[in-house]
Write a protein that binds this ligand. Structure first.
Ligand SMILES: CC(C)(COP(=O)(O)OP(=O)(O)OC[C@H]1O[C@@H](n2cnc3c(N)ncnc32)[C@H](O)[C@@H]1OP(=O)(O)O)[C@@H](O)C(=O)NCCC(=O)NCCS
Length: 178
């Protein structure tokens, strides 16, 4: 599969539409769904979740301001990673640090397993020499955790049961001085 990986600082209207379609289609693969969240980096909501029927509108409007790495197949967006440049990662109980903070990644099911996510991270690492790269995910996200370990990320913080019983929020960092 010939995926093209492209970095974009500001999305055009067509690209915004492509990102929205991915967010809306795969919203519920996230724990919790993106349509229940009001931010890509603040505290994960807990308790009884209210899902926005229109989809992850709040989340979408926030990440539009971030930088993107896109995966294209025949010029159509089939995946993306968004990241916040020079973000202060502040986890309660841990020392804060500045990093290129990967907020969100989605690849369509047909295109998974072809290295898109690994190339997203590689693009961020290559374009930001010397800088930390960080992200967070949930503890059962085996594909994401596999990619993080492969790319030299280390577990930084664990928020136990943050996403429900037995589902932790885990923060990972790849230090820029490696
Ligand atoms: C997570 C996601 C973005 C990965 O995208 P992808 O393009 O398929 O990722 P890649 O192909 O670059 O790498 C996936 C790696 O994980 C491995 N993998 C896949 N499923 C796995 C599993 N259940 N357990 C362990 N490893 C797994 C693959 O074998 C591959 O590793 P390899 O290249 O060493 O063989 C995609 O699965 C997705 O969109 N998931 C739904 C949304 C999501 O979870 N986003 C991230 C939330 S923070």
């Amino acid at each position: 599969m010939e995926l093209e990986i492209v970095s974009v600082d500001v999305l055009d209207e067509e690209q915004k539409k492509g990102i929205w379609e991915l967010l809306k289609a795969y919203d519920r693969e996230f724990i919790p769904p993106l349509s229940a969240r009001n931010s890509a980096f603040k505290k994960i909501p807990s308790g009884i979740l209210e899902l926005n029927e229109e989809g992850p509108v709040v989340y979408f409007n926030e990440i539009l301001n971030y930088k993107f790495v896109l995966a294209l197949l025949d010029r159509k967006i089939v995946g993306f990673m968004s990241y916040i440049p020079d973000h202060v990662v502040d986890v309660e109980g841990y020392e804060s640090f500045v990093a290129e903070y990967a907020s969100t990644a989605i690849v369509t099911p047909e295109c998974r397993g072809h290295g898109a996510m690994q190339r997203f991270y590689q693009a961020i690492i290559d374009e930001n020499p010397g800088k930390n790269v960080a992200t967070r995910t949930w503890s059962g996200n085996a594909a994401h955790l596999h990619v993080l370990e492969k790319h030299g990320f280390e577990l930084y913080a664990t928020l136990k049961d943050d996403r429900g019983p037995g589902i932790d929020t885990v923060y990972y960092i790849r230090r820029g001085n490696k």
